[in-house]
Design a protein around this ligand. Structure first.
Ligand SMILES: [Fe+2]
Ligand SMILES: [Fe+2]
Length: 243
């Protein structure tokens, strides 16, 4: 069952814990004149996530469904969310639109954004950041300017059952987890983005796994990403692949 909590002004974290793996899947709802849902969760989670959205607003009023990269936990529910909301557009990076979302079994509206483009939701403004190879070619993130909130998808995550807001330094745990599951091919493209995030100095980071991080703890995670090894080291989901 999904739980929903307001973590920043008008920004709701919808979170589901997968009990076998003790891993959380989050979506973020931005309540505004033109509401946005940032990632949808996997296809089977749709009813639960939709129910949580409906606690705040009518799911048919969604204007944007943001897909940071093409993967089931980021966009598995996209078709049904967009089908229910007549004004909704699937918003992704231009590379994602080109490679995946206009040439796939998805017939709904899609808009690909370039770095720096801004979508006006009303009170909130979503700026798109192209972040290739974090951890997919089509990767992008969104930055909400009014609350200074970054939605980094799979960066800044924490494994385990985490509260809506995390103040603990789990930076090393995060890097160890990344290495074990083999999510990033290399450190360099990630650190390029981490340096950018450091300059951006967001007040909030809202990862899609774990809790949201307030400004004072973000540097602990940034430091770990700059100093610790976390790239693929022969293992995928803890399983060693023959070299
Ligand atoms: Fe991902
Ligand atoms: Fe993810």
């Amino acid at each position: 069952m999904a739980r929903i909590d307001e973590v920043a002004d008008g920004i709701y974290r919808i979170s589901t814990l997968e009990t076998e793996t003790e891993f959380q899947f989050n979506q973020f709802l931005i309540d505004d004149e033109r509401p946005a849902l940032v990632h949808t969760g996997m296809f089977p989670m749709y009813e639960d996530v939709r129910g949580a959205v409906a606690e705040v607003l009518d799911p048919a009023s969604l204007a944007y469904v943001v897909c940071p990269h093409f993967e089931a936990d980021e966009c598995g529910g996209m078709g049904r969310f967009v089908a229910e909301a007549p004004e909704a557009v699937l918003a992704c990076g231009e590379v994602g639109a080109l490679l995946n979302l206009t040439q796939w079994d998805y017939a709904g509206p899609v808009q690909g954004f370039r770095d720096g483009e801004v979508v006006d939701l009303g009170e909130h403004k979503l700026r798109f950041l192209e972040t290739p190879h974090v951890h997919h070619w089509d990767s992008m993130m969104v930055f909400e300017e009014t609350t200074s909130s970054l939605f980094p998808a799979d960066l800044y995550i924490q494994p385990g059952d985490q509260p809506p807001v995390v103040r603990e330094n789990l930076g090393e745990v995060m890097c160890g987890f990344y290495k074990e599951v083999g999510i990033f091919a290399a450190e360099e493209p990630v650190r390029r983005v981490v340096n950018r995030i450091e300059k951006l100095d967001p007040h909030w980071v809202h990862p899609m796994h774990g809790g949201s991080l307030p400004r004072d703890v973000i540097p602990d995670y940034t430091r770990a990403l700059k100093d610790e090894a976390f790239a693929f080291d022969g293992k995928v989901f803890g399983r060693t692949i023959p070299g």
